[in-house]
Design a protein around this ligand. Structure first.
Ligand SMILES: Cc1ncc(C[n+]2csc(CCOP(=O)(O)OP(=O)(O)O)c2C)c(N)n1
Length: 278
């Protein structure tokens, strides 16, 4: 990977997402921002996908199980060339192909419909098994939220992934430590994710979810050492100045002025990050 190229991709995806949500006037900014750097690495350096052949059966799949953060994924898909960037301005409007939550029947590049939390990993596991049965290439990547991991269905899927030693699926946990209206620890204690996943039989890696090199490194290791999970240490709202607050930032009203200032700040931080070696 080229660090500066991926940093620029992350900044572009973040800016597109902020702009898109500002056009709607509101939306799930917190959890969208926490995955922008992960999406940038996936779409720049990891995923074998072709926007011109989005249904290629041998492609890698990306399932955003925390489907309320569709706006971040749409920004990444537009950045990658699946559809024109201008379409992002139609988010959640009548007749749009970009509903607030991911819908595979409406949006080119969306592999599975999500939004009812807890189901994406089971769906992804089914795809991974299907690929094996049919002798198809490609890895299935599934992004889940830390709040979402309270849904027991996830752990059934993890147990099955370990049982079948599925090496063509990589679970990514967006551990932003917050869920809808409180910190995850206050709602239901998470305990140590790494040892929990290891107890189920997965190889568990930990990464700084806002360091593109670390994300790349751990995803690459996870792909070589499946079945695996990468627990990403992230911050809800990260990189969007008005959303980087300790208070409620799950879903916010976003004015044009707020977005413009936040976008300028993304550019300022990008300039500062070039040349830093972490
Ligand atoms: C089954 C289900 N229950 C409740 C909700 C409502 N809901 C939407 S987002 C959210 C919080 C999810 O928290 P987390 O997975 O940590 O996402 P993030 O904080 O990254 O946005 C909830 C409870 C839902 N979409 N699906």
């Amino acid at each position: 990977m080229d660090r500066n190229t991926t940093l620029k991709a992350a900044a572009d995806i973040r800016k597109l997402c902020i702009d898109e949500l500002a056009a709607a006037g509101y939306g799930h900014i917190g959890g969208s921002m926490s995955i922008c750097d992960i999406l940038a690495v996936l779409y720049t350096d990891i995923l074998h996908v072709d926007p011109k052949n989005p249904k290629d059966p041998d492609r890698d799949y990306l399932i955003l199980s925390k489907g309320h953060c569709g706006p971040a994924l749409y920004a990444a898909l537009a950045y990658k060339g699946y559809f024109p960037v201008e379409e992002l301005k139609t988010l959640n409007q009548g007749g749009t192909s970009l509903p607030s939550h991911c819908d595979r029947l409406k949006t080119t590049g969306i592999d599975l419909s999500t939004g009812s939390l807890g189901q994406g990993l089971s769906l992804g596991t089914g795809v991974a098994v299907g690929k094996k049965i049919q002798g198809l290439d490609g890895t299935v990547f599934v992004i889940v939220g830390d709040g979402e991991l309270q849904e027991g269905q996830n752990w059934e899927a993890v147990q099955f992934i370990a049982h079948r030693a599925l090496s063509n699926i990589v679970l990514i946990v967006d551990n932003n430590k917050r869920q809808l209206d409180n910190y995850t620890e206050n709602i239901c204690k998470t305990f140590d994710y790494k040892s929990k996943f290891e107890a189920f039989g997965l190889h568990a890696f930990e990464a700084d979810g806002h360091d593109v090199c670390d994300i790349y490194d751990k995803l690459t290791q996870a792909m070589k050492n499946g079945p695996s999970v990468v627990i990403m240490d992230t911050e809800k709202g990260h990189g969007c100045s008005f959303a980087e607050i300790p208070g409620f930032n799950h879903y916010m009203v976003i004015t044009r002025e707020m977005a413009d200032e936040a976008i300028r700040e993304v550019d300022r931080r990008l300039e500062a990050s070039y040349g830093q070696t972490d």
